[in-house]
Write a protein that binds this ligand. Structure first.
Ligand SMILES: C[S@@+](CC[C@H](N)C(=O)[O-])C[C@H]1O[C@@H](n2cnc3c(N)ncnc32)[C@H](O)[C@@H]1O
Length: 121
């Protein structure tokens, strides 16, 4: 991948984020975390729903750790499915303000949906 000035690129699983020294050193400085992480789709609805939830949950926990000291914000792309409400509830435990939104750029027929989280100062 070509270098982009001012951008650091790390290829790793979200599960290992705390083990990346360059990221860990900046732990208290994140103002915003944005996630477009999604698992490979199997086509089996129950499996995909569970995999999406697990990955989103790990990402939510990481985003919370990395924005805790800065009152930072978190945006995550996820999918409308039977575990979506549960994910939103988990997010509400960690962020005071949680909003669901579907941007105009997102196709109506797509199940993708976004959650925004922020903390009151
Ligand atoms: C919808 S794609 C994101 C595409 C990206 N926004 C782009 O423009 O290239 C979902 C991405 O989540 C990544 N992913 C899946 N599991 C992951 C994990 N455990 N940790 C980090 N990334 C993961 C996949 O490798 C894939 O690149």
């Amino acid at each position: 991948m070509d270098e982009i000035p001012g951008v650091s690129f790390f290829q790793n699983s979200i599960e290992n984020i705390d083990e990346i020294p360059e990221i860990n050193e900046l732990k208290d400085k994140f103002n915003l975390v944005i996630s477009d992480i999604a698992p490979n789709i199997t086509g089996i609805n129950a499996v995909d729903t569970e995999n999406i939830y697990k990955l989103n949950f790990l990402t939510l926990k990481a985003a919370h750790r990395y924005t805790e000291k800065t009152n930072g914000k978190f945006i995550i792309k996820t999918f409308q499915n039977s575990m979506f409400k549960g994910l939103r509830k988990e997010m509400e435990k960690l962020f005071n303000i949680v909003q669901t939104f579907k941007p105009a750029a997102s196709k109506k027929q797509s199940a993708e949906i976004y959650l925004y989280g922020a903390k009151k100062k």
